[in-house]
Design a protein around this ligand. Sequence first.
Ligand code: CA
Length: 483
Amino acid sequence: MRSLRLLVLAAAFVAPLLARATDAPRPNVLFIAIDDLRDWVGFLQKNPQTRTPNMDRLAKLGTIFTRAYCAAPVCNPSRAALMSGLRPFTTGVYENNNDWRTVIPPELPLTTAFRNAGYWVGGSGKIYHEAYVRRSEWDDYLAREGGGNGNSQKGLKPSAKAKDDGVGGIKFQPLDNEDNALPDYQITDWGIEQLGKKHDKPFFLAVGLHKPHLPWNVPQKYYDLFPVDQIVLPPYLANDLDDVPPSGVKMAKPNGDHAAIVKSGRWKEAVQAYLASIAYTDMNIGRLLDALDKSAYRANTIICLWGDHGWHLGEKDHWRKFALWEEATRAPLIWIAPGVTKPGTVCDRPIDFMTIYPTLTDLCGIPTPKHVEGSSIRALLADPKSAWTQPAVTTYKFKNHAVRVEGWRYIRYENGDEELYNEVADPNEWKNLAKDPAFAAKKAELAKFLPDHDHADIGGREGAGAEDFGGGGKKKGKNKKAP
Ligand SMILES: [Ca+2]
């Protein structure tokens, strides 16, 4: 009798506690995506010329990942994989002209997991590759003129110092415009507006910035931060491709952009233009962070900032993404998770962006859907030295993969061509060790991480690294009609 009474008493005590635990405000999420931002941010110390004071400020608040890699070195497949939790070799989404909506149903994406959990889910700018969006996954999304082309040049005019619009496909030009003439400014403003509102539900707010994607057309003042006579070119080895197998040389396309840039004598100008575009983006990030600081949500908002892949600026005679080396696959990643991350923390474990979906659901107490292929990095956020045994895997086109672990990068192409780099002795990946018998065991160890099944390219085999100017580039693939 007495024990029953005790139980009832205990229940009377515990019930409100439980209710309080359930009612505890769930964290909001500020999800910041940056297009084509390689590791040229101050906090990664890769290129000391870069100017990113606002991203550096954000980095100091939480954990940065020095070895974060994309699932695919191309906008559309990188974003589709990150948002769906499904790798390119699982879905067959490898290229910019592969319509992910035909193979990823609306029940699967990250946004849907948050909506199902009662979050308000809103976004602006480039979260998915803009040729293929499914706005029905969002409660609200900034609508923009012209079908959502954030790289629209409407209303932009070259500054008096502009020579022309760049070198071939590498488009750049300083502008005689104010900051707010570019779509990214309005995209950021929309995020700022949401942070200023009262929200009845926890929010998942996504802000996707287009710069530093080509064209590198930003106001002249950002070019002026980087005088061209002071530009230092990235590390470069003239005969770097000599030990790269034919499949790798084909990705580098040395006779394309790189030959044109060298011939033009404007390599430094191109580097200046990319740095200027990064500085422009950093300005918008700063405005967004200021708004969060002033908002009611600062203490209870998880921030995740990521770039969708890297970029070559002449390394290995290559430009753009579309390759499996460090430059094309590495991108910035910052996490701030109140109560989990500590300020100023650096994590050197190699991870890829498949970790983002399950980490966000984990941190927000949302069940991670079973289809999600990555793992939560909550343990690394709590302690950056925690054990981590999974490699970062990047896939470019059908059956070409890079496996990145601490100290090593192993690349295997569809035809069996291989590359192996010792990242400690050779961080520029200049010396391909794949043919050296001394490293056969290392290759075999890393090859175990390659997928055992590669889904066919849903667009057919003719994709050719089409650029992604928001409108989707060349639509050569045989995609099924989107739902
Ligand atoms: Ca080499």
